[in-house]
Design a protein around this ligand. Structure first.
Ligand code: SF4
Length: 379
């Protein structure tokens, strides 16, 4: 039986990065304690409602979970352990900003049950991180990873970005080399997307920053896909690279269309094809929970056509691809019977491959994933 994954949202940040459109708020330290109380209440409510289900992954994301004082993070973890049947060996991840974490905090978090860290490094170039409005420097990122090793963590990921204003392909390769020198078990690399209504998008529109051209960005992509595997970090998803057996089990649940429960402000859940999301505002979340009401503000049942498309394109994000038997089991229909024409067209464009067990994206398909994904959407 598929076990549940838990996503716990911590919506606080010390400073808003210029490119960020996540649900995260600076200057809200006065709400740390009340938010934790509300979050623990929701954890208890949901654990009770679902009859304390088995959970094998927990992911504390944000925002910046590491900005919360350790005693509040401990309180959240205790609530999770009390309200859900967390299996032995469960993956318990926490995102951390290198500018907000000390060796002492990391030791305490390890004792409290966190066993995987994901550091939002984004860049090892101090000029680039400053341009993004991030609060840390490369030296903080390197120190944070070293502190994590000292604290006994062995499952450590770092996030990097490419396509940044002023970044070059050579500079990006140097950053990847610095990342590889830290010998972490996992590296995620995302291309910068200018999100609407962010300060970085406004700077771009005003002509105050320039972004690498398409050719340079493609060179960065190629550098990433060649260099990281040469360092023992195999690509297992479009943006994710891991050493053998160190793939992020929580994120694999998303790509394998498995159930997850989102806890906290702005968190999303997906259970039995029902998608819900919680109120995004911190105070709103606190008030709703205090009033004994549900924080869910959106709820929809994913229709069969959308569910098929999501199942396919989420699985195709992984290098392993989509298992044909899993698709047939989920939707009681043969993939080629339903999508044979779509597949043939993509195959002619050398974007997908298949054998008798699965379909997967080619190297070219990984680069142009959006073309593939849109082709499976219902009309
Ligand atoms: S630290 Fe992360 S969540 Fe917070 S503002 Fe920066 S990018 Fe957004």
């Amino acid at each position: 039986m598929t076990k549940l994954g838990l996503y716990v949202h911590i919506p606080f940040c010390r400073q808003k990065c210029l490119y960020c459109d996540f649900s995260s708020y600076p200057g809200t330290e006065h709400l740390f304690s009340a938010y934790t109380t509300a979050l623990c209440q929701q954890i208890a409510d949901q654990g009770g409602k679902l009859c304390k289900p088995e959970v094998d992954t927990i992911y504390l994301g944000g925002g910046t979970p590491s900005i919360l004082p350790v005693h509040l993070l401990e309180q959240i973890l205790k609530s999770l352990f009390a309200s859900f049947a967390v299996t032995a060996g469960a993956e318990i991840s926490m995102e951390a900003n290198p500018g907000t974490i000390s060796r002492e905090q990391l030791c305490l978090l390890k004792q409290a049950g966190i066993n995987r860290l994901s550091f939002g490094v984004q860049s090892f170039d101090d000029e680039l991180t400053a341009r993004l409005g991030r609060i840390h420097k490369a030296s903080d990122s390197i120190a944070a990873v070293e502190h994590a090793y000292d604290a006994g963590f062995t499952n450590i990921s770092i996030d990097l970005m490419y396509g940044l204003p002023g970044q070059t392909a050579d500079g990006f390769l140097n950053e990847l080399k610095l990342a590889a020198a830290l010998h972490t078990s996992h590296v995620s690399v995302y291309g910068l997307k200018l999100e609407e209504d962010t300060p970085l998008a406004a700077l771009y529109e005003q002509g105050k920053i320039t972004l690498p051209d398409d050719e340079t960005e493609e060179a960065m992509y190629d550098v990433m896909t060649e260099f990281l595997p040469s360092q023992g970090l195999q690509r297992y998803e479009i943006s994710n690279f891991a050493r053998n057996g160190m793939e992020c089990r929580h994120n694999l649940k998303y790509w394998h269309y498995q159930p997850y429960l989102g806890l906290g402000a702005a968190a999303h859940s997906f259970i039995n094809r029902q998608r819900t999301s919680n109120a995004a505002g911190i105070q709103e979340f606190i008030d709703v929970i205090a009033a004994g009401l549900s924080p869910v503000v959106m709820s929809e049942t994913v229709g069969r056509g959308d569910a098929m498309a999501e199942f396919i394109f989420l699985a195709l994000r992984t290098t392993r691809g989509m298992e044909l038997a899993a698709f047939a089991k989920q939707f009681s229909v043969d993939f080629f019977h339903h999508f044979g024409r779509n597949f043939e067209k993509l195959h002619r464009q050398q974007l997908v491959q298949a054998d008798d067990k699965q379909i997967w994206l080619t190297e070219r398909g990984m680069k142009f994933g959006n073309v593939v994904f849109s082709s499976f959407l219902p009309d």
